[in-house]
Design a binder for this molecule. Structure first.
Ligand code: PEP
Ligand code: MN
Length: 344
């Protein structure tokens, strides 16, 4: 249920109402806009009548929210959530996702393979103008015989790349027991295969780090939002949604990029939306076209895989861009962004 307060409601009156709602056992999510304050009631509101609130002087309206996700819902939080990544660290250039003005580019190799490889890739994506460096240290691989990632050592290498380039770093967390290695990671990625690992979602919900939550291979939009809700309900509202392609009946691409997820998510949630064209198509030559269409659809950011020697990559060799192709794409994406009045 959401309760919209009148403009004239004083802080003391607002606090009084919040306290009485909490006494009744509800969680209360407060969204303070410039012209109004909205209280979102969390918990079982089935026995509460919205009309009961209408008699109060400070209440403008009270209504039920039918969507099962509440904190992620735009009804609860009408203005866009803007999330800062990499702030407050000397030598690191922070960025904001969801401000409607910029398109954040998260780029780097699929996996961190060794020091030379990640440093070269970091320098290349930085030179081309990327905003965040990505690289998998813990890798979810279909085969147990494939390269599994360098683990904690891979995170140390990402930290080294961050120190040299000033780029904030994003890497995937597969198990809560690895969180202890993520202290200097600026954005935690929850991969498609773990998007409904609820215990993992609860654990990242207890951190305050930005979380890039990827949609599962066959996850519905509502399931994605319920997963976001898990993170938010546990205390972390810094959730960035990521569409990375879903499985369909047709296998001509690795997955099928659901571009329509962007306008839909923007309409029904306040969370930033990032698109990952690399995992969506799985084919190098198609990544650029999908990236540009994602910008046209209004994506707040893109995640793109870049490797200095893709043929030799230990994972996702066929989809990673060379630095030259990435640089060319960055120039092209700047033009698409400019049409939308945005910058890269
Ligand atoms: C990745 O980004 O490295 C990755 C494994 O992506 P996804 O979880 O979308 O497959
Ligand atoms: Mn990959």
């Amino acid at each position: 249920m959401i309760i919209t307060l009148k403009k004239e409601a004083t802080q003391a009156q607002t606090d009084g109402l919040i306290a009485s709602l909490k006494e009744k056992g509800f969680g209360v999510h407060v969204s303070k806009g410039e012209s109004m304050t909205i209280l979102g009631l969390l918990g079982d509101t089935s026995k509460v009548d919205p009309d009961d609130f209408l008699g109060m002087d400070i209440v403008e309206k009270a209504e039920r929210v039918s969507a099962p996700y509440k904190m992620a819902s735009r009804a609860f939080h009408p203005h866009n959530t803007v999330i800062e990544v990499g702030g407050g660290q000397a030598g690191v250039t922070p960025c904001t996702i969801g401000d409607g003005k910029s398109v954040v580019i998260i780029a780097g190799p699929c996996s961190v393979e060794n020091e030379e490889q990640i440093m070269d890739a970091a320098r290349a994506v930085k030179k081309a103008g990327a905003t965040i460096l990505r690289g998998g240290a813990y890798k979810p691989r279909t085969s147990p015989y494939s390269f599994q990632g360098l683990g904690a050592e891979g995170i140390k290498l990402l930290e080294k790349a961050k120190a040299e380039t000033g780029l904030p770093i994003c890497t995937e967390l597969m198990s809560a027991s690895e969180l202890k290695y993520f202290e200097n990671v600026d954005m935690i990625q929850i991969g498609a295969r773990n998007f409904q690992n609820f215990d993992l979602l609860k654990e990242v919900g207890k951190t305050h780090k930005p979380v890039l939550l990827k949609r599962g291979l066959s996850g519905t939009i509502q399931e994605l939002l319920m997963s976001a809700e898990y993170i938010m309900a546990n205390g972390n509202e810094n959730v960035i949604l990521c569409e990375r392609g879903i499985r369909t009946f047709d296998g001509y691409t690795r997955n099928c990029l659901d571009v329509s997820a962007v306008p839909y998510l923007h309409k029904y949630t306040h969370l930033p939306v990032v698109l990952d064209p690399s995992h969506a198509c799985g084919i190098r030559w198609m990544v650029g076209t999908l990236a540009c269409s994602s910008i046209a659809a209004g994506a707040d950011g893109l995640e793109i895989e870049v490797h200095c020697n893709p043929e030799k990559a230990l994972s996702d060799a066929s989809q990673q861009l060379t630095p030259a192709l990435f640089e060319e794409l960055m120039d092209k994406m700047r033009k698409y962004a400019a049409v939308e009045g945005r910058t890269l």
